[in-house]
Design a protein around this ligand. Structure first.
Ligand code: NI
Length: 172
């Protein structure tokens, strides 16, 4: 396993639409292992492959708290097939937008179809934080960031600050 570098916004790679995975094989499992290690090291509760520069439809998630047992989940080719009419608001963050958080409104529950670490097909009905995380991560596969759900004023302010922080970092 290896920790990979997380791409931070603004970066054109984060806007790429990821490609479906054709086979859940050892190469893909290597990527998933690296993604899990990268997510835990960050630390974060979700990561899409494109955030480490791989445009494949793969996610890892673990929303368990520090006091709980780990609950690592892998989603290959996830497809949200249903969302509730009821909405929920969460204060979202993203490893690609470090240190920025904003309230985002999304469907409170969703149903997702996906393949797991071994390529087995599953359907999962999720609510609360898990539902939000699945939707947030699936957005990454379409090149969408949580700030894209905010007003353009708020989004531009956050992206400008991130761009400035990146420049400062590069100049160090
Ligand atoms: Ni994210």
């Amino acid at each position: 396993m290896a920790i990979r570098q997380i791409i931070e916004a603004p970066d054109p790679r984060l806007k790429v639409i990821s490609e479906p995975v054709e086979a859940v094989d050892d190469d893909l499992r290597q990527l998933m292992d690296d993604m899990a290690e990268t997510m835990y090291a960050a630390p974060g509760i979700g990561l899409a492959a494109i955030q480490v520069g791989v445009p494949k439809r793969v996610l890892v998630l673990d929303i368990s708290s520090d006091e709980e047992e780990s609950d690592l989940r892998y989603f290959v080719n996830p497809q949200i097939v249903w969302t509730s009419n009821e909405l929920a608001i969460y204060n979202e963050g993203c490893l690609s937008l470090p240190e920025y958080y904003a309230e985002v409104e999304r469907p409170a529950a969703c149903r997702v179809e996906y393949l797991d670490y071994d390529g087995n097909r599953h359907t999962l009905e999720a609510s609360d934080l898990l539902s939000t995380c699945i939707q947030h991560e699936c957005d990454h596969l379409e090149g969408i960031l949580f700030v894209d759900h905010l007003s353009s004023l708020k989004r531009d302010m956050i992206l400008r600050k991130l761009a400035k922080a990146k420049k400062l970092k590069a100049a160090e």
